[in-house]
Design a protein around this ligand. Structure first.
Ligand code: HEM
Length: 142
């Protein structure tokens, strides 16, 4: 993985002071743009869920320089997503909503280069999570 670590770190630092609002806006975007994702969260305690998603994103950004740690924890996370009903085709929905939310919060600091860095990072995250969930490349075909 040759991710643009510095761009990812710097852009994440910029949203951190508004982290709680950022995560809430992410779910607002996800459910507004992709209502089909909502039923998966029907029995989810959203306040807790928001904290867990934020911790997962912090974990990812803090371990960009530790690919082994990142890989192990994302595979584990992906394996747990099977029981949440998450299918490979759901990953791009979450990715698009995450990118959209970054754009809304970074505003003038949201550049083509930073967008590209996050698109690549999310692609790498998805690959690892789906590997952990033991999907074959044919089943994935995103
Ligand atoms: C970057 C990708 C993703 C990250 C970092 C992420 C992170 C998390 C985390 C940290 C949890 C808490 C439970 C645990 O740790 O096992 C969770 C739960 C969950 N995620 Fe994700 N997730 C991602 C992608 C997705 C996608 C694509 C979907 C499907 C739309 C999804 C749906 C859910 C659901 C339904 C739960 C269950 C909550 C419950 O226990 O009721 N996630 N996710």
């Amino acid at each position: 993985m040759s991710l643009k670590v510095e761009l990812l770190e710097q852009s994440f630092e910029q949203v951190k002071p508004q982290a709680d609002e950022f995560i809430s806006s992410f779910y607002d975007n996800l459910f507004a743009d992709y209502p089909e994702a909502q039923p998966l969260f029907a029995n989810t305690h959203m306040t807790k869920q928001k904290k867990m998603l934020l911790s997962a994103l912090v974990m990812v950004v803090e371990n960009l320089r530790e690919p082994d740690v990142l890989s192990e924890s994302l595979k584990g996370l992906g394996a747990r997503h099977i029981k949440y009903g998450t299918l490979p085709e759901h990953y791009p929905l979450v990715g698009n909503s995450l990118i959209k939310t970054f754009g809304q919060y970074l505003e003038a600091n949201w550049t083509e280069e930073i967008q590209q860095a996050w698109v690549e990072a999310y692609g790498a995250i998805t690959t690892l999570m789906l590997e952990g969930a033991e999907y074959t490349p044919e089943e994935v075909a995103l």
